[in-house]
Design a protein around this ligand. Structure first.
Ligand code: AMP
Ligand code: ZN
Length: 113
């Protein structure tokens, strides 16, 4: 998607504050952090939202959760984090390239607002 900001981060066209990268997944610091640690984990391939996950692309979703566990362990918060996905405008999605918010470093309330 040529006009997608996260595709541009994934391809390296726009530089980002990278936390982790492999062939299919990129993790980088959110530019507007909502917690002391706030990382976004994305598939490099464009998937617009969680509603587009299906059998053709779900392997990368499983891998994203492996990466999340790895990042948490390497940064010492393996048992202390929240993962959030906003799907659709009413749920708060503003960037239409699938991403998981990985947040830690503070208490979180439930249910989320
Ligand atoms: P959401 O509202 O769930 O779609 O989350 C989008 C997130 O992307 C927000 O937390 C933004 O702060 C973050 N964001 C948008 N553009 C960038 C960027 N270029 N680099 C880092 N984070 C970004
Ligand atoms: Zn994209």
């Amino acid at each position: 998607m040529s006009d997608c900001i996260f595709c541009k981060l994934a391809s390296g066209e726009i530089p980002t504050n990278k936390v982790y990268e492999d062939d299919t997944v990129l993790a980088f610091h959110d530019m507007d952090p909502q917690a002391p640690t706030h990382i976004l984990v994305i598939p490099k391939a464009h998937i617009a939202s969680a509603s587009e996950i299906d059998e053709s692309n779900s392997t990368v979703i499983a891998h994203i959760f492996e990466v999340i566990a790895k990042i948490a362990a390497e940064n010492g918060f393996e048992n202390d984090f929240r993962v959030v996905n906003n799907c659709g405008a009413r749920a708060g999605q503003t960037v239409h390239h699938l991403h998981f918010h990985l947040m830690s470093g503070r208490e979180f309330t439930w249910p989320a607002g």
